[in-house]
Design a protein around this ligand. Sequence first.
Ligand code: IPM
Ligand code: MN
Length: 355
Amino acid sequence: MKTYRIAVLPGDGIGPEVTTEAVRVLDAAAESLGLAFEKTHYPHGAEHYLSTGETFPDEVIEEMRGYDAILLGAIGDPRIEVGMLERAIIAGLRFQLDLYINLRPIKLFDAKLCPLKDKGPEHVDMVVIRENTEDLYTGIGGFFKKGTKDEVAMQEMILTRRGADRLFAYAFELAEKRKRKKLTLVDKANAVRAFDLWTRAFEEMGQDYPEIERDHAYVDAACMWMVKNPEWFDTVVTSNVFGDILTDLGAMIQGGMGLAASGNIHPGKVSMFEPIHGSAPKYAGKNVANPLAAILAVQMMLDYLGEDRAATAVENAVRGALLDGEIPSASAGNGLGTDEMGRIVSRRVQAELAG
Ligand code: IPM
Ligand code: MN
């Protein structure tokens, strides 16, 4: 039996609840296909930090390299200094495992989920490739005269040629696999001169992909077009910070945070899959959070592992449940429990794979 080793980090807030359902769906797919997923749970997050003082030790990050993939729920807790655990765990994994691609599909399954007038699945079907290891997120910077009236705070935006080249190589390859063969670069080269490095690297790489239509938008305009004409976008490549912002907007036009999943990827190496949403402390422990984003993170993981049949079955199960209203919406408080939604999708996955 084919066995995969998966590290599971449920994390904080609604993380454990949505992760339980994502794992339920994973197990349902595995059972139908005769695959095995050997899961190792890690307790890291707020509770673990409060009881042990440990955030996310280097040894644990090193251990992660031994898995086939990592599944993460959500990190963040209002009792703890803002961003501390997110930096240690989420950024820790992204940077230390060099997961330089943050892949974020924005796919509308049903027009009724979209807040945009007259837009349906044929208008919203894109994938955003967010650079994941540079930009303002490297943490280069600091404080000077902290706490005084003369305080200075600085944080540098880093772009490297090597980083641009590997990012664009991935982007052109992905654009080539998609039907539309269109790649849009989103940056702010008109105001931030450092992006000139990207402009040149993108053009040069583009010469090797003559069949891909190259397009460009400044990030402010990209936000506008994504609302007005989402059908203009197919494959989008952008920086870490802009990708963070643009994909929250993207999550809304695909039906909400309850549906937005992501893959933190280093091609060929252990990669990490997570919902885009946070730990949503106000919903924690109430069995109301929507697990679909975490379930779609499992779908991305299966796809990454090359388990295409399982991945397709999960996507069809989620789409089917939303289309026929068995799951009426992607928002918390749609009347269904987190566990019920997990069971609905699991059943549908098994039905998909039974045929
Ligand atoms: C995301 C999140 C993270 C980010 C936070 C939690 C650090 O917003 O994955 O989009 O900014 O990347
Ligand atoms: Mn974000």
